[in-house]
Design a protein around this ligand. Structure first.
Ligand SMILES: C[S@@+](CC[C@H](N)C(=O)[O-])C[C@H]1O[C@@H](n2cnc3c(N)ncnc32)[C@H](O)[C@@H]1O
Length: 310
């Protein structure tokens, strides 16, 4: 694994060089390699099927006052801006890392709508995503953002960040601890960790719940969905204190099919000999709608503050 990079050094290097930096990908665990293959096979499709307009691979949130699909896609980004805005008052240039940045949409949103100077680094396990995001970045008026291929269990950056966040990315972590240890290492005291993701409400109460949860976890390559309580406790143990805890589930527009029809579709899809990762992705999406509707999964937005442990 290469040495962690300083933010200032990173932003001075040509973007194309970043995708060649050895960020420790050879040490990725077996599950991380599965997630990487999932995004390598699906990214071009995700991009063509909607990502191209917003550079986002996350859910539309239809909050009060949100009128268009684009606004709904950007709702989590608006909440991110709100969560990090207070830090801008006493920090001239914020250092921000997007851990699991996808096509970079959230950093692009910050570049357009966050009215304070910042340096942004996006990290994704998918080289195709880093490449697409860096290509789009060349079109942006402000070149204060860089995208790297890398693993959020071994973030190739030095400590001292003001903000680290993950939107629909942390769910891919089989264990929370290695990710949380990295966030705690990276953030300066007072810095903020923002997470928007799926959480487990309660263990499955019956076979139907267990079926949908398993189909979601297997399909989306999210082996271990955590409860909010468990994450709050684990985060606290590494010095991250919860300061905001909102649910967005009721703001999603869920589309479910009758249980028997949906479960038959899922069983047929799971049995298909065709091995492209778009099949599990579609199965996972369908199952997730049912999990959210049945209250097994909750889509939440949490903000934590790094406490000063000295
Ligand atoms: C559903 S996409 C969300 C992308 C982006 N946050 C957004 O909202 O558009 C999940 C992202 O998590 C990233 N990811 C998953 N596991 C990762 C890991 N171990 N290290 C870095 N990124 C990871 C994937 O590469 C992908 O970019």
């Amino acid at each position: 694994m290469s040495q962690p990079q300083r933010f200032e050094e990173i932003t001075q290097v040509n973007a194309n060089q970043f995708v060649q930096i050895d960020t420790g990908s050879r040490q990725n665990g077996a599950h991380t390699r599965i997630v990487r293959r999932y995004y390598e096979q699906n990214t071009n499709l995700f991009f063509r099927l909607g990502g191209a307009s917003s550079y986002a691979i996350h859910r539309a949130v239809w909050a009060n006052g949100v009128k268009t699909f684009q606004e709904a896609i950007n709702y989590s980004n608006t909440q991110l801006v709100e969560a990090i805005h207070p830090l801008a008052q006493d920090t001239p240039t914020l250092k921000i890392a997007d851990l699991g940045c996808g096509l970079g949409g959230s950093l692009f949103y910050l570049a357009q709508f966050f009215n304070s100077p910042f340096i942004g680094i996006g990290l994704t396990i998918s080289p195709s995503q880093a490449k697409l995001a860096n290509e789009q970045n060349k079109n942006m008026p402000m070149r204060n953002i860089t995208f790297l291929e890398g693993d959020f269990f071994h973030v190739p950056l030095c400590a001292g960040l003001d903000v680290a966040y993950s939107i629909e990315a942390f769910c891919h972590a089989p264990e929370a601890a290695p990710y949380l240890n990295e966030v705690a290492r990276l953030l300066r005291p007072g810095g903020r960790w923002v997470i928007c993701d799926d959480f487990l409400n309660a263990p499955p109460a019956n076979d139907q719940h267990a079926f949908w949860l398993d189909a979601y976890k297997t399909g989306w390559r999210v082996p271990n969905i955590h409860t909010v309580d468990s994450i709050v406790k684990q985060a606290q143990s590494v010095g991250l204190r919860l300061i905001k805890n909102d649910t967005f589930t009721h703001l999603l527009r869920l589309r479910t099919l009758p249980h028997r029809l949906a479960s038959s579709i899922i069983k047929i899809a799971q049995a298909l000999p065709f091995k492209h990762e778009i099949i599990p992705s579609m199965v996972g999406s369908l199952a997730l709608q049912h999990c959210l509707k049945m209250g097994i999964i909750d889509y939440r937005f949490l903000v934590f503050e790094r406490v000063d442990t000295k």
